[in-house]
Design a protein around this ligand. Structure first.
Ligand code: 5GP
Ligand code: MN
Length: 340
C-alpha cells in the first residue's frame, strides 16, 4: 500500500491527471483525490487537468475547478501545452507531485504528459491489467474494479467526507456497471457500503451518472441498435455511427457512453463493438464482452487497450467498412485462442 502522507510530505504544488476522454472512474478518482487533499492537507495547492468531462460528472464538488485541455495526442513540451487549455491556468514550473490516475499508459495522458514528465515526483495509481507502470511510484492492482476502489484503501476512512465519498462511489458504480460486472468483488461492496455511511445520495448518483441519458443520446442509441449487425455465428454484434449522423442527431463524441454496453446485452452475443468518427477523422471504438475473449488483447492489437471485458481502441482515418473488417478479424483471432 502506498502512503499518501509520505508522498505529500513537503509538497506544495500537486497536479492530478487522468486519461484522455475521461470516464466516471477517471473523473471520480481525480476529483476524489482533489477533494481529499483540499479537506485534509492544508497548504497544498492542487490542480486537476482533464479533457472536458461528461456533463453528468459536473455534480462532483469542485468540478468547476478542473482545467480543461483539448486534444488527445501526446505532447512532449510544456511550452506547447498552453495552446490546449485556451487561457486557463497552467503552471509552467514543475509540480512537486503529479498523480496519473486510471491511466494505463503514459500515452493516455495525451496533451497533459509534459506536466507529468516535468514533475519532481510522479505517482501512477491504476487497475488496468496492461498497465506496466510508468511513474516513480506505481500502485497498480489489476484485480480491482476501479481506481476509485484503490483510492478508498489509500485514504484514511475517517478523513473521507461526503464530497470525496460521492466521487469514489460514482467511479465504482460506473466501472462496475452498478456492481454487475465480474470485476466487482466483496471488497468492492464493502467499500461501497462504507461510502454509503458517509451520507451520500447513492440512488441519485447511480441514476444521474449511469442510467440517465439525454433525448439525443437515446435517439442515437436507437440508430446504433437499428443499424447493428451480427456475424461469426451471431456471436459478434457491431455497429457504427458516421459524422453526418452525429450532425443529424445533434450528438457529440461524449454521447456514446453506454451504447456498446447495450449492444452487448443481446442474447447469444459474446462480443460487441461500436465505433464512431472523431472530429479529426479518426475512428474511436469500444469493445464489450461476456465470452472468454480477452478484449484488452484485441484492443492492444488495434492501438488501444483496456480490460478483459471492456476495452477501447483508435484507428486512423479509414473507411468504416475497412475498420469493421479489421476489428472482426482481431476478435475472431482471440475467439480461436479462447476456443469458444
Ligand atoms: P471505452 O470503450 O469506454 O472508451 O473504454 C473501455 C475501457 O478501455 C476503459 O477502461 C478505457 O480506459 C480503456 N480504453 C479505451 N480506449 C482506449 C485506448 O485507446 N487505449 C487504451 N490503452 N485503453 C483504452
Ligand atoms: Mn477505471
Amino acid at each position: 500500500m502506498i502512503d499518501l502522507n509520505n508522498i505529500l510530505e513537503n509538497a506544495k504544488y500537486v497536479a492530478i491527471l487522468g486519461h484522455i476522454r475521461p470516464d466516471g472512474d477517471c473523473v471520480g478518482s481525480c476529483m476524489g483525490l482533489y477533494n481529499y487533499i483540499e479537506a485534509n492537507y492544508e497548504g497544498i495547492k492542487s490542480d486537476v487537468y482533464l479533457n472536458p468531462i461528461p456533463g453528468c460528472f459536473s455534480i462532483f464538488a469542485n468540478a468547476k475547478k478542473i482545467v480543461n485541455y483539448t486534444g488527445f495526442d501526446l505532447l512532449e513540451s510544456i511550452d506547447d501545452f498552453p495552446k490546449c487549455v485556451q487561457g486557463s491556468y497552467v503552471r509552467k514550473e514543475p509540480y512537486d507531485v503529479v498523480f496519473a490516475l486510471d491511466c494505463s499508459d503514459k500515452k493516455r495522458l495525451g496533451p497533459a504528459y509534459p506536466i507529468f514528465k516535468n514533475a519532481k515526483k510522479t505517482i501512477c495509481i491504476d487497475h488496468h491489467m496492461n498497465c506496466d507502470g510508468f511513474a516513480d511510484i506505481d500502485y497498480i492492482i489489476p484485480d480491482y474494479s476501479s481506481t476509485c476502489e484503490l483510492l478508498f484503501d489509500i485514504f484514511d476512512y475517517e478523513k473521507i467526507d461526503k464530497n470525496v465519498a460521492e466521487c469514489l462511489y460514482t467511479g465504482m458504480v460506473t466501472d462496475t456497471g452498478v456492481f454487475q460486472y465480474d470485476c466487482t468483488e466483496s471488497h468492492t461492496m464493502d467499500a461501497a457500503g462504507k461510502l454509503m455511511d458517509k451520507g451520500i445520495d447513492f440512488s441519485y448518483l447511480i441514476e444521474h451518472t449511469f442510467y440517465e441519458k439525454t433525448y439525443n443520446q437515446q435517439r442515437i442509441l436507437g440508430v446504433a441498435l437499428q443499424k447493428s449487425k451480427l456475424t461469426y455465428n451471431n456471436k459478434i454484434i457491431y455497429s457504427y455511427i458516421e459524422a453526418d449522423e452525429m450532425e443529424e442527431y445533434n450528438v457529440n463524441t461524449k454521447d456514446f457512453e453506454g451504447v456498446c454496453e447495450k449492444m452487448r446485452e443481446t442474447k447469444g452475443v459474446g462480443v460487441a463493438f461500436f465505433m464512431y468518427r472523431q472530429n479529426d477523422g479518426k475512428i474511436k471504438g469500444s469493445l464489450r464482452g461476456t465470452a472468454n475473449v480477452d478484449l484488452s488483447r484485441v484492443a492492444g492489437n488495434l492501438n488501444g487497450g483496456g480490460h478483459k471485458k471492456a476495452a477501447g481502441f483508435t484507428l486512423g482515418n479509414i473507411k468504416m467498412e475497412d475498420a469493421v473488417e479489421k476489428v472482426i478479424e482481431e476478435i475472431i483471432k482471440e475467439y480461436e485462442i479462447g476456443n469458444n
